[in-house]
Ligand binder design. Structure first.
Ligand code: 5AD
Ligand code: SF4
Length: 495
């Protein structure tokens, strides 16, 4: 793009529009595992002396995609900056899960217009889940000519080629494959930390919960081979990482598509993880329907498998769960919950809950409240239902007014606050193991980290503890965090 004007899109050339309808189809053909990622010769040094900035919205999957895109850009010579005005390439990695996430992104793209006018050579790219939606792409095409490049979640490995088109072509480049691609194993990654790491174990989701856009934006379920995952985690252990989180939209479906491995599931993979010399292993996100007994049994073995389960329930009403297409009832969720609790007695549990699903009655909402009370969750991500165009729930008539939804959310959040405070109070005077992740954001003299049960702990100690597992005695249990004292003597005894 040159000068002060913005060029028009040449639909015939680079434009590959997304289609939620195509994305809905699930094909039978096997997923290819390929290792042929390369940077074209003429793009190897294109980023020399140039800087990039990636803004990430949404879930850990997006955070990890950002690490891959950063790795690709760094392979082309770009260096990272956190100043918008210094960037030559700005990528916005977006989230489509709720409307307010999308609005934030549009606000931000709008604000970048001035920067683009000041610096015409700047490349602005929009990627991630929103790029998979045709309404979003059409809106960008119509209203945001400052954008040079739009690419989807299945096109990340094509970033060098797409960037080339954007840098040297005149048109806005749009490439969004609605059909999920293959698994590309040799993509570079520029990890954001040296203590904790995320590892994808599978991509996509086949669950099609009626409110959710993810199966459309992330494609069908595709599992990475266990040997690739084990090798990656071993390598992270060798490099000194202390904690690995295995990632997938629905990790309990792991292995179902690996037809040559009979009945190989997440339980088997976690059993392999136990043998790797890394102190902490976590996994997210679980789906109650596919959470099987083998996994429960393996989690019960403990070791490096952390005692924290994120188990989204979404609603406590079987009738609502049915319309959501979740595939379990309130009773089955509770059975599973108690089964895990018996196998891992000191586990902490967190969940996701949607309030105000179309036509949710007061009684049905109360069923959610009573389930929350029964499970005494340690924490919950709570959301007001947000209709997503193209999903079945968005076509349902809804008789619940927004102020009622807001009031229900408030009641639920109040209950969650009480439960969080109660669960944290149990830690008072206990000595816990903390992985020290860095300085507290609020106070640089204080160190901060998490327990194995995923509680935030703040305490004073030397900076040299960052990256280590230390013992901390809890002196003040607050609602959402724990304050404590570093147990230096206990540490010395163990060494
Ligand atoms: N509206 C509100 N919340 C949603 N979630 C997913 N889709 C929607 C939606 N349309 C929530 C679910 C999910 C979490 C990641 O986001 O609770 O578990
Ligand atoms: Fe969305 Fe349901 Fe898949 Fe989770 S399991 S990503 S809520 S469709």
């Amino acid at each position: 793009m040159a000068g002060q004007t913005f060029s028009k899109v040449d639909f015939s050339k680079y434009f590959q529009p997304p289609s939620l309808k195509d994305a809905r189809r699930r094909r039978r053909e096997a997923v290819q595992i390929i290792n042929d990622f390369t940077i074209p010769d003429d793009m190897e040094t294109v980023g020399r002396e140039k800087r990039y900035l990636i803004e990430t919205y949404g879930c850990q999957m997006n955070e990890h995609d950002t690490e891959v895109m950063a790795g690709i850009l760094e392979k082309m010579g770009y260096q990272e900056t956190d100043e918008l005005k210094d960037a030559d390439v700005i990528l916005i990695n977006t989230c489509a899960i709720r409307e307010n996430a999308e609005n934030k992104v549009f606000g931000h793209i709008g604000a970048l217009k001035t920067l683009k006018l000041e610096k015409p050579g700047l490349i602005i790219g929009v990627c991630g889940c929103m790029a998979q939606e045709e309404v979003v792409v059409n809106k960008i095409l119509a209203k945001y000519p400052q954008v040079d490049l739009i690419f989807g979640t299945h096109n990340i490995h094509r970033l060098p080629q797409l960037l080339k088109e954007a840098l040297f072509g005149k048109e806005m480049v749009v490439e969004v494959w609605s059909k999920e691609g293959d698994i590309i194993e040799n993509l570079p990654q520029s990890r954001r930390g040296h203590i904790q790491a995320w590892v994808n174990i599978m991509y996509g989701c086949d669950k099609f919960c009626t409110y959710c856009i993810v199966p459309y934006t992330r494609g069908k379920e595709r599992s990475r081979r266990p040997e690739e995952i084990i090798q990656e985690v071993r390598e992270l252990a060798r490099k000194g990482y202390k904690e690995v989180t295995l990632l997938g939209q629905n990790v309990n479906a792991y292995g179902k598509d690996l037809k040559d491995l009979k009945n190989y599931g997440l339980g088997n993979l976690m059993d392999e993880m136990r043998k790797i010399g890394i102190p902490r292993i976590r996994f997210t996100t679980s789906h109650p329907k596919d959470f099987d007994d083998h996994l429960v049994e393996v989690l019960g073995k403990g070791g490096n498998l952390c005692e924290h389960i994120h188990l989204p329930v979404q609603s406590g009403s079987s009738a609502i769960l049915k319309i959501m297409g979740r595939g379990y009832t309130r009773e089955r969720y509770l059975d599973l919950f108690h089964k895990i609790k018996r196998a891992v007695p000191n586990a902490s549990f967190t969940t996701d809950i949607i309030v105000g699903f179309p036509n949710e009655t007061e009684e049905q909402f109360e069923e959610t409240m009573s389930l929350v009370r029964e499970c005494q969750f340690d924490g919950a991500f709570t959301f007001i239902y947000s209709p997503r165009a193209g999903t079945p729930a968005a076509r349902m008539k809804d008789n619940v007014p927004m102020d009622v939804k807001k009031e229900r959310l408030q009641r639920l959040n109040k209950l969650m606050d009480e439960l969080a405070a109660q669960s944290n109070a149990k830690y008072q005077d206990q000595v816990v193991e903390v992985l020290v992740e860095g300085e507290s954001r609020k106070n640089h003299d204080v160190l901060s980290g998490h327990t194995r049960t995923n509680k935030v702990v703040n305490f004073r100690g030397p900076k040299s503890l960052i990256g280590q597992l230390v013992k901390v005695k809890i002196t003040d249990a607050k609602m959402w965090s724990l304050d404590g004292e570093w147990q230096a003597e206990t540490e010395a005894m163990h060494q």
